[in-house]
Design a protein around this ligand. Structure first.
Ligand SMILES: NC(=O)c1ccc[n+]([C@@H]2O[C@H](COP(=O)([O-])OP(=O)(O)OC[C@H]3O[C@@H](n4cnc5c(N)ncnc54)[C@H](O)[C@@H]3O)[C@@H](O)[C@H]2O)c1
Length: 271
């Protein structure tokens, strides 16, 4: 409790019930954050998310804003709203992401560009525009400002059928490392979390596609098969993954920057 006491966070990709972004918002509020501003392109599930979060944490500390992370003007609105309503930004979680199947032959250029825009360019934009506010955080907290980019095992594992996703997440890793080196003197830490198999709507959709192609009999069978490949042999749920984001946002990690936290059940060590 209270590991994020009085901190103010922006978390992208928090507009879908049961996803990692919502779990991060929930965990940050549980740990005493002063305010959490969740954002997402989609707004159709906003009412349910807001009411579930307010039922747990009360009113006034959570906002859910419409935001296309690939658009600079949307970022400016989110940042201005966060600062004017709550007084600053201490934590930026670049978590929104998309996944499109296909390899070099089958992926059209426009799809490659779209995945790069959401999974890579938007992280760059968010980091860039939040620097002035995040650099003020060191005046309030020993851990200073914290940027956490949600990447993936895809950052370090090639795939024949997921080219745009793997490339965008690998590029996100180098983006994180370069920013960590550059922004350290401003007392902004930049780290990444690499989830493995995490049971969310995105994963279910991806695995349903495999099931539809006849590769597995159902998405549950696909989940079980992939989980069994890891040394631990278990799946992660968004609430598990959110713990990694709490640590990197908290002052407990004040000496940690440029770290890649693999939250993957060890499956990456198999490849
Ligand atoms: N679930 C997994 O197994 C898994 C594994 C590795 C990495 N990840 C990563 O974790 C992150 C969260 O994934 P999730 O499983 O919760 O998926 P999800 O689809 O539930 O969440 C991603 C959210 O990002 C939003 N989004 C997409 N494009 C956007 C844009 N341009 N602007 C704003 N929001 C946008 C979507 O609307 C969605 O709500 C993603 O970056 C994903 O790549 C997930």
């Amino acid at each position: 409790m209270n590991r994020l006491q009085d901190k103010i966070a922006i978390v992208t990709g928090a507009g879908r019930v049961g996803n990692i972004g919502v779990a991060i918002c929930d965990a940050y509020l549980r740990e005493g954050a002063k305010a959490v501003v969740g954002t997402d392109l989609r707004t159709d599930e906003a009412a349910q998310i807001i009411s579930e979060i307010e039922a747990k944490h009360g009113e006034g500390r959570f906002r859910l804003l419409a935001h296309d992370t690939t658009k600079e003007e949307d970022w400016r609105k989110v940042i201005d709203t966060t600062i004017s309503e709550f007084g600053g930004i201490d934590i930026l979680v670049n978590n929104a992401g998309i996944s499109v199947h296909g390899g070099v032959e089958s992926t059209p250029l426009h799809e490659m560009s779209k995945v790069m825009a959401v999974n890579h360019d938007a992280l760059f934009l968010g980091m860039k525009l939040c620097i002035p506010a995040l650099s003020e955080s060191a005046h309030r907290f020993p851990g200073g400002g914290s940027i956490i980019n949600t990447l993936s095992m895809a950052s370090y594992m090639p795939s024949a059928n997921n080219l745009s996703y793997q490339v965008s997440k690998a590029a996100g890793r180098m983006l994180t490392l370069c920013a960590a080196v550059e922004l350290g003197p401003k007392r902004i830490r930049v780290n990444s979390v690499h989830p493995g198999l995490t049971v969310t709507p995105l994963l279910r959709e991806a695995f349903q596609e495999y099931a539809d192609q006849g590769l597995w009999e159902s998405y549950e069978a696909a989940e079980d098969a992939v989980a069994a490949m890891g040394p631990l042999g278990i799946k992660s749920y968004p609430e598990d993954t959110a713990h990694a984001f709490v640590y990197l946002a908290s002052d407990e990690s004040r000496f940690v920057t440029g770290a890649s936290l693999y939250h993957d059940g060890g499956i990456g060590q198999r490849f």
